[in-house]
Ligand binder design. Structure first.
Ligand SMILES: [Ca+2]
Ligand SMILES: [Ca+2]
Length: 254
């Protein structure tokens, strides 16, 4: 569902992400098909704000936000996740949504996961074994603006609450995949060598490397260090747990 920009956004967090770090741990390359253009997966800025009714997240990208596969909300190739820790109590989700192959560092835990993509967007709470859907795509708003290379996500305060300045966040981008590998929630695989529809640059013999291309973190070099720090496993996707994954920290207003 589209939503007009009412222009009364109050921004509580505005972070620049390094340019051209859309390579995950530092090695990933784009699939070879021509729909993947330079900068598609490069987050350059991330904002959190609010308006009267909604908490608002804005991703600005370093390349085109295109709609090659004609999604109703204008975002086809991208999957954007935002994880929110609303209470800092250390209780909640540790592994990110299935297939991201990332977990939160010790002391962080997510209470809500917002999965933005062109068709089956949703909002989740932690669950065992899988996260539980709290809201479907029709219950929040995603607007892709090709001209501004920006995706805006508006989630009603009735779902998340209304103190975004006190929360902590993680924000990541992956390739959207309508035909994902088993156990992967609709994000594109990363192989050792890039293929027409797969990213390249994965370590040999691994199943537990991340599918994240870029994550929001202003300090240069931290993303590369964190996403590379895991012990290679060849377990099947559904056997992998948070302990098998590289870990990242969350950020907040302070
Ligand atoms: Ca970036
Ligand atoms: Ca980054």
């Amino acid at each position: 569902m589209a939503c007009a920009d009412l222009g009364n956004l109050t921004v509580v967090l505005d972070l620049a992400d390094p340019e051209q770090d859309d390579y995950g741990p530092g090695t990933y390359t784009y699939p070879s098909d021509g729909v993947f253009a330079g900068g598609n997966f490069d987050i350059t800025n991330f904002q959190v704000g609010y308006d009267e009714e909604n908490i608002v997240f804005k991703f600005t990208m370093g390349g085109p936000v295109e709609n090659h596969w004609t999604s109703p909300n204008g975002m086809s190739g991208l999957t954007l996740d935002v994880y929110v820790d609303t209470d800092g109590d250390g209780q909640g989700g540790v592994a990110l949504l299935p297939g991201r192959n990332l977990a939160l560092a010790e002391g962080y835990a997510w209470d809500y996961a917002i999965h933005a993509e062109g068709w089956t967007a949703g909002i989740y709470t932690p669950g065992d074994p899988d996260p539980v859907q709290l809201a479907t795509a029709s219950e929040f708003f995603i607007l892709a603006d090709a001209g501004q290379q920006r995706v805006t996500i508006r989630v009603p305060k009735a779902i998340l609450g209304d103190t975004p300045e006190a929360w902590r966040y993680a924000a990541i981008v992956m390739g959207q995949e309508g035909f994902p590998s088993s156990g992967v929630w609709r994000v594109r695989d990363v192989s050792v060598a890039a293929e027409q529809w797969r990213f390249g640059g994965a370590p040999e013999g691994a199943t537990n490397h991340t599918r994240v291309l870029d994550m929001v973190w202003p300090a240069v070099g931290e993303q590369e260090a964190w996403l590379s720090a895991f012990t290679i496993s060849d377990k099947s996707q559904t056997e992998l747990t948070a302990e098998d994954f590289a870990t990242i920290e969350m950020f907040g207003v302070e």
